[in-house]
Write a protein that binds this ligand. Structure first.
Ligand code: SAM
Length: 286
């Protein structure tokens, strides 16, 4: 039996294999989480002139979206994307070179440790803050990135029980392998599914006015326009179904892929594979 569930992912793996995987499918991942990302950006209420840090920025999609929202007429207002994966920071920098934006930069660093050269008005993140080995220490550390009076505004996934497709895909994996029971609050996409745990982390890091708001909506698995076949290939190559079956034979993997295609055919709406998601939009002040 595997030692842990494939969804239980710590920051360290992002510096290596996970960062490569996200990078290989960066357009698909970003396309899939674009709707919840838009909700998170509008929830953050950016104001021209603000200095923002985008934690766990990946390939920088949200960093680039924030940039025009914070630049003012004098050219003040900037956004820094910070990520642990050098591969993803390289992708973000390449995209920056190809853009005309003048108020963006990227840093490769671990948000859980150390300080930065400057302080920020807003710490934003789309799904980049759930992988810390010690989230209590990490949020205490990130608080020092903020100016007095600054704010934190991020989005993280709600509990897996409220993302029905996750259980359905995992049921395919468990046809072929035994998987251990989930460890509550383990680092990974669903680390903060329990709102009380999340609130406790923020309170212990001395954040005030904590608001945790539920977001529900559809996301397009494998990005807009993916077919059941391409979405199934995506979950095998880049999401947890492939990880769960990593040690299995090619025949088992092929069978699981076929199972996933069959499952996903039931979710096709208007030419997309639409899956329901639940996330927490989180805001707090220093
Ligand atoms: C699920 S991806 C989200 C990427 C990006 N925010 C987006 O929405 O497109 C999580 C990101 O968090 C980054 N990450 C994980 N742990 C981190 C840490 N301790 N410090 C900085 N970045 C981290 C990963 O490298 C990865 O790019």
């Amino acid at each position: 039996m595997a030692e842990k569930l494939p969804q239980e992912i710590e920051s360290a793996s992002w510096a290596g294999e996970m960062g490569e995987k996200w990078n290989n499918y960066v357009e698909e991942f970003e396309g899939m989480i674009a709707p919840v990302g838009s909700a998170a950006i509008s929830h953050a209420g950016f104001v021209p002139g603000e200095k923002v840090i985008d934690i766990g920025c990946g390939g920088g999609a949200t960093t680039f979206e924030i940039a025009p929202l914070v630049i003012d007429e004098e050219g003040n207002g900037q956004v820094t994307g910070l990520d642990l994966s050098q591969t993803l920071v390289n992708t973000a920098n390449q995209r920056l070179t190809d853009s005309s934006l003048s108020n963006v930069n990227f840093l490769c660093a671990d948000a859980a440790k150390g300080s930065l050269d400057t302080t920020y008005d807003v710490l934003f993140s789309r799904f980049g803050v759930m992988f810390f080995e010690d989230p209590y220490a990490a949020f205490q550390n990130m608080r020092i990135f903020l100016k007095d009076g600054g704010r934190i505004s991020f989005v993280c996934w709600g509990p897996p029980s409220e993302q029905p497709w996750v259980g359905q895909l995992m049921a395919i994996a468990t046809k072929y392998v035994d998987l251990p029971a989930p460890v509550p609050n383990a680092p990974g996409p669903f680390a903060f599914g329990d709102k009380d745990y999340l609130r406790d982390i923020l309170e212990k890091a001395h954040f005030n006015n904590i608001e945790i708001t539920r977001w529900t909506g559809n996301q397009q698995l494998g990005g807009p326009g993916a077919t059941p076949e391409s979405a199934a290939r995506f979950v095998m190559d880049a999401l947890f179904l492939g990880d769960a079956l990593a040690d299995q034979s090619d025949a088992v993997k092929e069978q699981a892929y076929n199972d996933a295609v069959e499952l996903l055919q039931g979710f096709v709406v208007d030419g997309n594979v639409e899956l329901q998601g639940c996330a927490w939009l989180v805001r707090a002040t220093c």
